[in-house]
Design a protein around this ligand. Sequence first.
Ligand code: ZN
Length: 210
Amino acid sequence: MEISPKIHLLDGTEGSFSYLVLGDEPVLVDTSLASRRDRLVRSLEQCGLKPTDLAHIVLTHMDVDHIGNAKWLQDASGATLWAPEVEVPYIHGERKAPGLRGLIQTMMKVERPKVTATFREGEKIGGLEVIPAPGHTIGHVCLLSGDVLLAGDLVNTRNGKLRPSPGFLTWDKVALQKSLRDVGRRSFDWVCPAHGRPVPRASWWDVWMN
Ligand SMILES: [Zn+2]
């Protein structure tokens, strides 16, 4: 699904969407579930790219449904693998997240990638601006490209309705509320989450109505 000429939702990654940002240096945002690997590759090919063409892979956060193909894609492409610095030990599997998230990390084994670069505030990667948005996890980030917000798991959508990330998976509820306010102050027209289809920005206020 084309969000804009530059930004594509990879339809094959239904369940935990990855997004492809086309530019001088192709960027993949999140890598979905390991079980989506073949479909992810096919979706890339539909956009005219092979995994070897990726220059950057950006992880919005540590969760297993976002890092599932990071190692395989990194090995295939030699792309720079970006992640929030504070989450690197969790992504590498050296530290276990608290509560249910830790349990899920233990049960859903993934090949652990090697993060090769970490974000600085305001950093741009292939034209994408990194926006810190902690709460769902301690170092979660969103990414902004023109009028499109790649929201990661800050929010999700269901039947066209935008909702905050679910409470039972929220690392820090106060931080999440602050991130929703901070990101909501930014200028964008489309919200593209990992879970659920993209929606127009007008629905941002839905997140406080649920
Ligand atoms: Zn998540």
